[in-house]
Design a protein around this ligand. Structure first.
Ligand code: FAD
Length: 392
């Protein structure tokens, strides 16, 4: 009995920061240090948006600091170095063409073509696992909102909406034909009902044998556990697999300010809902594939524990973990070294177009001081021990 408990304790994950070259550690340390100051983050975010509007040449400075930390490159080719480095440590890549959305059909078409090229890249590159799409990069956000509200669309709007859904369909179809997973990102609650419907239609169409299309559930939302139950019931009744990427949700401040009880007000309630969703997914693993997309150590550990309790192999193809590139490397590298399926979401795109993504990351990092100071302490320790071993 005692030895059982000891064995279980030994199997608990201990997160370790990976070994990296000094220049990389130094850049990571200074970027995170800068982001730990909310005043600097707020000032630089305004400055970057202003410079972007005024067409000022700030690309170079951004590309060699914060962009380098959070993005693979401006193109798929430029991202190859990051992909290979992750691959050497057993970490896969989720490609994320992460450009700012514009409400123009030409923009949506070019995004779709970029993503179709990326699917071919995933197919040809064994180190890249799958890709993510942002619905507002492919369909007009105002039409997603109108549809979500249940408002009637004019004939012209309807045609544009159908074309947008068609773009997502083309991407999911190409993914399904090549056996590549497509993660459909979740966005603001005013867009989400329409996105849910589109994602459900794609899962019914392409997830007949295994989950290749994944919807995203933001567990800070008060209605998502019930929605997960509905998805499971539909999958059982209509014989398709649910693919679900679980996240806490990136827009908490904005959603909470609406004062409509859309999101939980206490972080602990979001944490509870997240872990209950993990329980439910693992409980229905014959109908669901999961991507546990989080930087939270407890939620990561929790899933590994329930997998162990249920006797699910670490590399079971239905369970993945994922972190954003440039964040929580201690989690990704530890999971990979323990044999779990893990990827990094790797954004790429022109520096100017990726700035809104970078600002979101900067703001998120400045609001999670506890986790970030732990990450900075780990980087500082990694630099210290690398220096020591160089000196001996
Ligand atoms: C691979 C990957 C893919 C992602 N894809 C998406 C996506 O498609 N859509 C999306 O919206 N986000 C996405 N995110 C971001 C994600 O939603 C979170 O914002 C981010 O990961 C931080 O949450 P956490 O679980 O990592 O960690 P934690 O640091 O433990 O949690 C922070 C989160 O808790 C929640 N929170 C904070 N304060 C409160 C409060 N007072 N009450 C209730 N809840 C609170 C917020 O959601 C906040 O982001 C993704 C993240 C990853 C790693």
């Amino acid at each position: 009995m005692l030895s059982d408990i000891e064995n279980m304790e030994n199997e608990e994950l201990h997160f370790m920061y990976p070994q990296k070259p000094e220049a990389e550690l130094q850049n990571a340390y200074y970027v995170l240090k800068m982001l730990s100051n909310p005043l600097i983050v707020s000032f630089s975010s305004h400055l970057a948006l202003f410079a972007l509007r005024m067409h000022l040449p700030i690309g170079f400075a951004i590309k060699h600091t914060i962009f380098k930390h959070f993005c693979g490159g401006e193109t798929l080719k430029e991202s190859q170095g990051a992909i290979e480095k992750l691959g050497q440590s057993g970490i896969g890549t989720t490609l994320d063409y992460s450009v700012e959305s514009m409400d123009s059909e030409a923009f949506f078409d070019s995004t779709m073509h970029e993503i179709l090229d990326a699917i071919v890249h995933v197919k040809e590159n064994p180190l890249v696992n799958n890709l993510a799409i942002k619905p507002t990069g492919l369909v007009s956000e105002s039409l997603l909102q109108k549809t979500s509200r249940g408002n009637a669309l004019s004939a012209g709007e309807k045609a544009r909406f159908v074309a947008g859904v068609g773009r997502i369909d083309q991407i999911c179809k190409a993914g399904a034909e090549m056996g590549i997973e497509v993660y459909i990102d979740a966005e603001g609650s005013e867009d989400q009902d329409a996105i849910d419907e589109i994602a459900l239609a794609m899962m019914k169409k392409y997830n007949t044998e295994i989950a290749l299309v994944f919807t995203t559930l933001q567990m800070y939302r008060t209605d998502r556990l019930a929605y997960l139950d509905t998805l499971v019931a539909k999958a059982q009744k209509e014989s398709f697999k649910v693919g679900v990427k679980l996240v806490r949700g990136a827009y908490w401040e904005r959603e909470s300010a609406k004062g409509k009880n859309i999101v939980f007000e206490r972080k602990s309630d979001t944490d509870d809902a997240f872990n209950k969703a993990l329980d439910s997914c693992v409980g229905h693993i014959d109908h669901i594939a999961i991507c546990n997309a989080t930087h939270n150590e407890e939620s990561t550990r929790y899933l590994t524990e329930i997998m162990r309790e249920k006797g699910i192999a670490k590399n079971d193809h239905r369970i993945h973990f994922s972190q954003l590139y440039g964040m929580s490397d201690h989690i990704s590298y530890t999971l990979a070294s323990e044999g779990y399926n893990v990827t990094k979401y790797l954004p790429y795109g022109k520096v100017k177009q990726v700035i809104p993504y970078l600002i979101r990351r900067a703001q998120e990092n400045s609001s999670i001081a506890g986790q970030m100071s732990r990450e900075m302490a780990m980087i500082a320790e990694a630099r210290r021990s690398a220096k020591q071993s160089r000196n001996t």
